[in-house]
Design a protein around this ligand. Sequence first.
Ligand code: UD1
Length: 419
Amino acid sequence: MHKLIVSGGRPLEGEVTVSGSKNAALPILAAAIMLPGRSVIRNIPNLSDVTTIVRVLRALGLRAEYSQSSPNTVNVWNFQVRHVAPYELVTKMRASFFVIGPILAVKGLAKIPLPGGCAIGSRPVDIHIKGLTALGADVELEHGFVIAKTKKLRGGKVYLDFPSVGATETVMMAAALAEGDSIIENAAREPEILDLANFLNRAGAKIEGAGTEVIKVSGVNTLMPVDYKIIPDRIEAGTLLVAGAITGGKVLVKGAELGHMEATLVKLKECGAEIECGPDGILVTARRGINAVDIKTLPYPGFPTDMQPQFASLLSLANGTSVITETVFENRFMHVNELKRMGANIRLEGQSAIITGVPKLSGAPVRVSDLRAGAALILAGLAAEGETIIEDRDHHIRRGYDKITSKLTGLGAEIKDHQ
Ligand code: UD1
């Protein structure tokens, strides 16, 4: 079992560099299925979720290897693709389902197990399936597998019932090799969607409007290999900024992309943190107390659900009462009971957490239920009095945070990492 022991109460000071984006790396590696030959993908974070998608690619017949000569780089050689994705990998991580669009586009047949992932709601894949159907695929569910077939994908008009990140990516990838033009309406606008579109366009796809709610894809016959560097991880950057804020410290997050983080930065400022953005990155300084603020999670450019648990920890120490409303996932408050064990005063009412700030949190043994809940508990532990023992039985934290222990200890935190 992975266990972190955090001794709290030290203001974090110094500089830390953000890693590449997990949520861009995963679909981009999946999209490599559509690129013949050898592609090079850079700024890949060192995470277990990335290892999982690399293993999925290998199981599908691609060669995918971390470069020996350049760090954080994965080389993908693509000669032949199999159409069945392995159950044990897809059920381990929801994002491995995202191979369905590329496999279908290349093979005309894809058999993918229904996905697993973080325990933050039922997370169906109906919008992905509806989108592929609109591009001419026949999709059936059989024995726990989604089986999608088509003679040739053809362009179509796809309206997404919800701006799902994964479904937008699935449809965009499939449409890139379809015959004719596709329009995706009510598309997700996350920066990772734009990064995937930039990657595909570099490979010869014709995608316009990514990053807005209407994406136009003109299908092409083939793509070509590319050398591509993915964007920085805005959620990791946000988490590190909250680490500075919650400990009353001063932290420069180098390489963070200001333009991707507006909502997080606005809320940090409302909380009373000073934010300065320069060419190197984003500096947070938190010398005064934390103000209570209300937050509602929304699809981008709204406040990211992936930062909600971290702000729950921060607001647990605010002066006054805050309300956090979660609108993206139906069950994303599993960190709340653990924060309460540390002395937080939080009441759940439907999809809202009502947080009345307390003057201090106290270290306690706590358990990690999902990736961002794990981040929230580390942050609470950094600010708490005494020792917080974070049990991460399923290794959630490693799914999304590259070298989190050394990054935080480099800023003066005291954390012991027990594998
Ligand atoms: C992506 C991110 C994840 C983030 C989430 C929301 C990756 C690898 N992961 O996940 O970190 O928390 O966006 O910003 O990029 N839904 C359906 N049917 C579907 C698809 C989704 O009902 O077919 C629902 C989900 O259950 C959820 C909501 O839509 O309630 C948002 O999900 P979605 O945007 O698809 O998230 P992911 O792409 O899985």
